[in-house]
Design a protein around this ligand. Structure first.
Ligand SMILES: [Zn+2]
Length: 182
């Protein structure tokens, strides 16, 4: 039992199924509880895979651009990201980074999925844009959010070079991001 508990703690969900297949199928002291625990371990990769499929876990696919390039289309995409967050069981926020009327980064909240308290949708969208552009300089970009960015995300936008914030269903113009919000 102790070995199985340790194995479950140390194994990633993806590897558990493979590990389990290699684990001894019968040991003299194998208790009923160990059998149940092993069964749960078997089910875990299935649940993990379902979540990954539902959320597009890596968020690395090509960004499909909206049919129109107006602000409402980008806000709509931010709300599509918000929907993905809800479907994934994360916090209900989405964000998009736009440069020259093209979406260069987008994300939903990753706080719960990644156990990352800084994984707000805006932070994740900034990271996504920087990765896709292979640059830490997002000068000239506009950030669209499903709701007004928190001070952490606004400061991150400031450091990234985002020139303007737009948020909410009405596409409220939030102006240039500030390092310190008064
Ligand atoms: Zn935030």
């Amino acid at each position: 039992m102790k070995i199985y508990s340790q194995w479950i703690r140390n194994s990633s969900p993806v590897n558990r199924l493979a590990d389990f297949k290699q684990a001894p199928q019968s040991t003299p002291d194998r208790s009923r509880r160990a059998v149940i625990t092993s069964g749960i371990a078997l089910l875990l990769p299935v649940a993990y895979s379902s979540t990954a499929a539902a959320t597009g876990q890596k968020n690395e696919g090509i960004i499909v651009q909206p049919a129109t390039q107006g602000e409402m289309a980008f806000i709509q995409r931010a709300f599509e990201m918000r929907r993905k967050a809800i479907d994934a069981g994360d916090q209900a926020y989405g964000a998009v980074i736009v440069r020259d009327k093209t979406i260069v980064g987008q994300s939903w909240s990753r706080v719960v999925l990644d156990n990352d308290p800084t994984g707000h949708a805006e932070m994740s969208a900034i990271r996504d844009a920087a990765r896709r552009l292979n640059s830490r300089d997002l000068t000239g970009t506009v950030m669209f959010s499903s709701s007004r960015p928190c001070p952490m995300c606004e400061a991150a936008a400031y450091w990234a070079g985002v020139v303007r914030l737009v948020y909410g269903r009405g596409a409220t113009n939030g102006g240039a991001p500030k390092l310190l919000r008064c």
